[in-house]
Design a protein around this ligand. Structure first.
Ligand code: PLP
Length: 440
């Protein structure tokens, strides 16, 4: 094949000379170059290809360069490439209706944003105005985005240097493998996590709490699938104390768990749902808040004090419509569920039988985590050095992994094939062997 005009070295040099990177000290960065992609594969300028089992930031649920979505964006670009949110736009109306058609029946409207953080920001604002209350309870071990309230609602290290918004309280949620509640069983974990939440609500003053904001399945924090009954119990506490329940489906929604929304696997109806990422796989930046009839009605005669220049952007709307239609026509949700049940779950479980370093395998659909430990009894996480070694091996073997703390998140696109999963499982196997002992 003819060598592309640009080389990896040139792309990195230009990046390092000019681009300021997220969440990083800038000086010693050496970013991986990606030049193109298709489906579950990406490639660079020098002829290397990688299986993308990161889905980038767990957002390319439909895979790279889905032709229907690309065509819809191109077509909309030739018709009308931008539009103020105050106008009516047919394509925006269809996009909202499509999102609502897969949401719980109590949901009535969609407010579009530019991404996930501002979706949470606006959901929190709606909950505060709807209840006339102020505080927001969210979880330690969560990520809700990098803006004013969303970053302070976040429950990982990224909150601490950014703690300027007020009115945020954190609780521990269910995580049986590293239980904060000395639980031995899922039932105990659920019961005790709910007791802890109730006590925090009471201690903070129920009349001061506007919202409980939870990722349905905390993603970046480790694919922490809630223990049975937890979300239902949170809903009951919200009802008891008049608190708005916000489920953040930014990472978990639109096929990631093998359902349209992760909440579909639970018997729970939230008041607000936030989404982004998988709704259009990030081909154009977009997110939004799905609003229940009750909360929408608060703003029937009262001004909603929020907005964004690009809210409901036509290119985003076109990509949302095309993406949801492709999901429907190509049974992409069904594929994610089947891949999870028939290939990832058994495949990752047998990897754990072979490699002692895997302490736990958890997840569903195309949303899995391998928790890596130095010792299965103490559950001591592997070191950052180990994770660095493992990541380098996986890349060398042609797989782009998603690494978070001591975990590999196995998060391919929802369109991933059984053959690609088989290749990836073989690479994880070889990579874990090549990375050597976990104790260093
Ligand atoms: N909520 C969750 C659960 C996320 O995983 C993310 C991003 O990773 C966000 C919110 C923030 O989304 P964005 O980066 O589009 O603002």
């Amino acid at each position: 094949a003819a060598k592309a005009a640009v080389t990896n070295a040139e792309a990195v040099a230009l990046d390092r000379a000019n681009v300021f990177h997220s969440w990083s000290a800038q000086k010693s960065l050496n970013p991986l170059v990606i030049a193109g992609g298709s489906g579950s594969t990406v490639w660079d300028h020098d002829g290397n290809t990688y299986l993308d089992f990161s889905s980038q930031l767990v957002n390319t649920n439909i895979g790279h360069q889905h032709p229907k979505v690309i065509a819809a964006i191109a077509q909309q670009a030739t018709t009308l490439a931008t539009l103020a949110p105050s106008h009516a736009s047919h394509i925006r109306g269809i996009a909202a209706a499509k999102v609502l058609s897969h949401a719980p029946a109590n949901m009535d409207k969609v407010f579009f944003t530019n991404g996930g953080a501002d979706a949470n920001e606006n959901a929190i604002r709606m909950a505060r105005l709807h209840t006339g209350r102020d505080k927001v309870i969210s979880r330690y071990r969560s990520y809700h985005g990098n803006t004013g309230a969303a970053i302070v609602a976040t429950g990982d290290w990224r909150r601490i240097p950014n703690e300027y918004a007020r009115g945020h309280v954190h609780v521990f949620g269910p995580y049986l493998y590293r239980s904060e509640f000395w639980a031995q069983t899922p039932e105990q974990e659920t019961e005790r996590a709910l007791h802890h939440l109730r006590r925090v609500i009471q201690a903070e003053g129920p009349q001061s709490i506007a919202a409980i904001l939870l990722e349905t399945v905390p993603g970046t924090a480790g694919v922490l699938v809630p223990t049975p009954g937890y979300l239902e119990g949170v809903r009951a506490l919200c009802d008891e104390y008049g608190i708005v329940m916000i489920l953040d489906e930014v990472m978990a929604g639109f096929g990631r768990t093998g359902d349209w929304f992760a909440l579909d696997a639970h018997n729970v109806t939230p008041d607000l749902i936030t989404f982004a990422k998988g709704v259009n796989s990030g081909y154009v930046p977009v997110g939004g808040v799905i609003i229940s009839g009750d909360i929408a009605a608060t703003f029937d005669d009262r001004v909603f004090p929020g907005g964004l220049t690009y809210s409901g952007h036509p290119l985003a709307a076109a990509s949302v419509v095309a993406s949801i239609e492709a999901f429907e026509e190509e049974d992409i949700i069904g594929n994610a569920a089947r891949i999870g049940r028939q290939h990832l779950e058994p495949g990752l479980t047998s990897l754990a039988e072979k490699h002692d370093v895997i302490g736990e395998v958890r997840g569903r659909g195309v949303f899995w985590a391998l928790e890596l430990v130095q010792d299965r009894t103490t559950r001591t996480p592997v070191t950052a050095e180990y994770m660095g070694r493992l990541k380098a091996e996986l890349l060398r073997l042609g797989l782009l992994p998603f690494i978070a703390d001591n975990r590999i998140h196995v998060v391919p696109p929802a369109v991933v094939t059984a053959e690609e999963v088989a290749v990836a499982l073989a690479i994880y196997d070889q990579g874990l062997t090549a990375a050597g002992p976990a104790g260093r």
